[in-house]
Design a protein around this ligand. Structure first.
Ligand code: GSH
Length: 369
């Protein structure tokens, strides 16, 4: 999911993000100890959003929570799972989709006044800085297998899921039980926001065509996804984790992506996992038990920091209450279904004429701007 995809107020977001000047890490290294006065003075110069940071605490910027999975972004879920696996101290920043990284995406983190963007780069940098290599005990062969599976998950498997979400935005909203007002952090009526959300998602269909995956038939794409699941399932066998009794980086990455297939199901993916890859389903449960004990609480309250002691969550709860007060008219389910039918018809059109699609989506995003 992207900020471009999810926000009707994208222009504001771009502006907010881009006002931060370029890297100034040395300058900010000591700001954690600053008084609030100094913090205010330096805010304009700092390249980070969190100016009153605590030294060596990782501040994670990601999407809002969702009632069926902690994040509908596998990349955000990957970073947060990794932070939990390594036991590093971290906090989610409740930025209400205001920020993207300087590379234009989520997730990103801030550490000691410096931004680190991209899930793989975040994990790589934090691994070095805190000496938390989850794969330290793996053989060279195992590391290469891990690399190959990770690349598959990040660059192929995830596109199957993206393709489905982009081509079925209303169904995605319904399955993920997302409250579009909360996701977009807007007071506009829900119907208007759903419209923007759908347009944003649909404008991304062209990305799947650019990737190559989106050029295939629905059946072929779903089969590609199943082939990836099967490969993972056959490699996992009856082991608790991919490389034996203890989890490694691949377990983290696989968990983040498989959650999207199983808990925000699309096509017949969930049924496929339940019948053909039951070991993957058990693996998800195992990971949840070990690292996501607050899963129920977080998906119910949508709290970003349920891993922190209750006192530290207080401010966030207040924000959520304010948000609830702002809730407005719901769009009836039938409306969503009607829209979805339209989506499917439009998808058929898109498939028949790639160039036409690209023109159309370009016009849509121009209109949005
Ligand atoms: N390679 C990036 C991928 C992250 C990514 O695709 N993030 C999406 C959300 S799931 C995003 O923010 N996209 C914004 C965009 O592409 O404009 C990573 O591993 O962090």
């Amino acid at each position: 999911m992207t900020s471009t995809e999810t926000t009707a107020e994208n222009a504001t977001i771009e502006t907010t993000t881009n006002t931060a000047p370029s890297d100034n890490a040395d300058n900010t290294e000591t700001k954690g100890e600053n008084t609030s006065k100094t913090t205010t003075q330096t805010r304009k110069q700092t390249p980070v959003h969190k100016t009153d940071f605590e030294k060596d605490v990782v501040y994670l910027y990601q999407f809002v929570r969702c009632p069926v999975v902690p994040s509908v972004s596998p990349f955000c879920l990957k970073v947060e799972t990794w932070l939990r696996m390594t036991g590093l101290k971290y906090e989610n920043v409740d930025h209400r989709l205001k920020y993207k990284s300087k590379k234009g995406q989520l997730p990103f983190v801030e550490l000691n006044g410096t931004e680190i963007a991209d899930s793989d780069i975040i994990i790589g940098e934090l691994t070095k800085k805190f000496e938390k290599d989850l794969d330290a005990d793996l053989s060279v062969d195992q590391k290469n297998i891990s690399h190959a599976f990770n690349s598959m998950l990040n660059n192929h498997t995830s596109w199957v899921m993206r393709w489905w979400r982009y081509t079925h935005p209303s169904q995605f909203l319904k399955t993920a039980q997302l409250d579009v007002k909360q996701v977009l952090n807007s007071k506009l009526p829900k119907g208007v926001l759903q419209f923007f959300f759908k347009m944003g998602f649909k404008s991304n269909v062209k990305k799947t065509i650019g990737h190559g995956l989106g050029r295939h038939s629905n059946e072929e794409i779903l089969q590609f996804g199943k082939n990836d699941l099967k490969a993972l399932s056959e490699y996992l066998q009856e082991k608790p984790f991919f490389f034996g009794d203890e989890p490694h980086l691949l377990d983290c990455v696989a968990f983040a992506h498989l959650c999207q297939f199983y808990y925000v199901p699309f096509g017949d993916m969930k049924e496929y996992m339940d019948t053909e890859c039951t070991n993957l389903v058990n693996f998800l449960e195992r990971m949840k038990e070990r690292y996501w004990q607050d899963w129920e609480e977080m998906t119910k309250t949508l709290g970003l920091n349920t891993h922190l002691p209750k006192k530290e969550q207080k401010e966030e709860v207040k924000e959520e209450e304010k948000e609830k007060e702002n809730k407005e008219t719901e769009v009836p389910a039938e409306e969503i279904d009607k829209d979805e039918k339209k989506d499917v018809d439009e998808k058929k059109e898109e498939k028949n004429n790639d160039e036409g699609t690209e023109e159309k989506t370009k016009e849509e995003s121009e209109k949005k701007e």
